[in-house]
Ligand binder design. Structure first.
Ligand code: ADP
Ligand code: 5GP
Length: 214
C-alpha cells in the first residue's frame, strides 16, 4: 500500500523543521522527504539529511530532465521534491512528511489529490521575527526578506486542511501527531490494513473528501 503524504507549510521561522524533527521521534512509520535545494547549508545542516545541497546549474539540469514532482524558487534559491525521493519513501508503505512552500503545496495537491496540507502559524508576527533573529542563521537582510514573504504565505493558510499554531512546541507536536494518527484511522485506510478476518460485507467505505485514497 502507498503511504499518505503530509505537506507542512508556513512562514520561515514558524517552527516547521523543529516540529518535523520532533514528530519523527514520536510517530512511527513516518518518512521525511529530503528536498533538493540550491541554497547553501545553514549552521550544522548536513547534505542528505536536511536537504540534498546542489549548485544552481545541477538543479536546473534536474528540472530539464523532469526529475521533480514539484519545485519552486524561494528567496532566490531553488527548492524541489524529486520523484526518486518520493518513490523511495512512499513505495516502502511509509507515510511521508514534507516541508514545502505555498507554491509547492499547491502543486503537490494537484499531483496527488489525497495529500494532507497542514499550515504552521506562529502565535504572532512579533514572535515570528523574534524566532528568526534568535535562530541566528540568517543575516538581518535575510530575516527581513523572510518576514516580508510571511504575510503573503499566511494569506494561503485558509486553503489548508489543518492549521497548527506553534506557540508551545509540545502542544504543536501533539496536534501534528493527532492529525497523522486520525488519518491512519480513516475507514478506507483501516480497511486496507486490517487482517482480522471480519466480514464487512459488500459495503464500500465512503469516498474521502480529500480525493483518491491510497
Ligand atoms: P522553520 O523550519 O519554520 O523555518 P525552525 O524550526 O527553524 O523554523 O524554527 C525557527 C526558530 O524558532 C528555531 O530557532 C527554533 O528553535 C525556534 N522554535 C521553534 N518552535 C518554537 C516554539 N514553539 N517556541 C520557541 N521557539 C521555537
Ligand atoms: P529554508 O531555506 O528555510 O529551509 O526553506 C525556505 C522555504 O522553502 C520554506 O518555505 C520551505 O517550506 C520551502 N521548501 C523547502 N523544501 C522545499 C521543496 O522541496 N519544495 C518547495 N516548493 N518548497 C520547499
Amino acid at each position: 500500500m502507498i503511504g499518505r503524504i503530509f505537506v507542512i507549510s508556513g512562514p520561515s521561522g514558524a517552527g516547521k523543521s523543529t516540529i518535523i524533527r520532533d514528530i519523527r521521534k514520536r510517530v512511527d512509520r513516518l518518512g521525511y522527504s529530503v528536498s533538493h535545494t540550491s541554497r547553501r547549508p545553514r549552521g550544522v545542516e548536513t547534505d542528505g539529511v536536511e536537504y540534498h545541497f546542489v549548485d544552481p546549474d545541477a538543479f536546473r539540469a534536474m528540472i530539464a530532465r523532469n526529475e521533480f514532482a514539484e519545485w519552486a524558487e524561494v528567496f532566490g534559491d531553488y527548492y524541489g521534491t524529486s520523484f526518486s525521493e518520493l518513490e523511495n519513501k512512499t513505495s516502502r508503505g511509509l507515510d511521508v512528511i514534507m516541508d514545502l512552500d505555498v507554491q509547492g503545496a499547491a502543486s503537490m495537491r494537484r499531483a496527488v489529490k489525497s495529500c494532507i496540507l497542514v499550515f504552521v502559524l506562529p502565535p504572532s508576527m512579533e514572535v515570528l521575527e523574534r524566532r528568526l533573529r534568535g535562530r541566528g542563521t540568517d543575516d538581518p537582510a535575510a530575516v527581513a526578506r523572510r518576514i516580508e514573504r510571511a504575510s503573503a504565505e499566511i494569506r494561503r493558510a485558509p486553503h489548508y486542511d489543518y492549521l497548527v499554531v506553534n506557540d508551545r512546541l509540545t502542544e504543536a507536536v501533539e496536534e501534528m501527531a493527532s492529525i497523522i494518527r486520525a488519518d491512519r484511522c480513516r475507514t478506507r485506510r483501516r480497511l486496507h490494513q486490517l487482517r482480522t478476518g471480519f466480514d464487512f460485507g459488500e459495503k464500500r467505505a465512503p469516498k474521502e473528501q480529500a480525493g483518491e485514497t491510497p
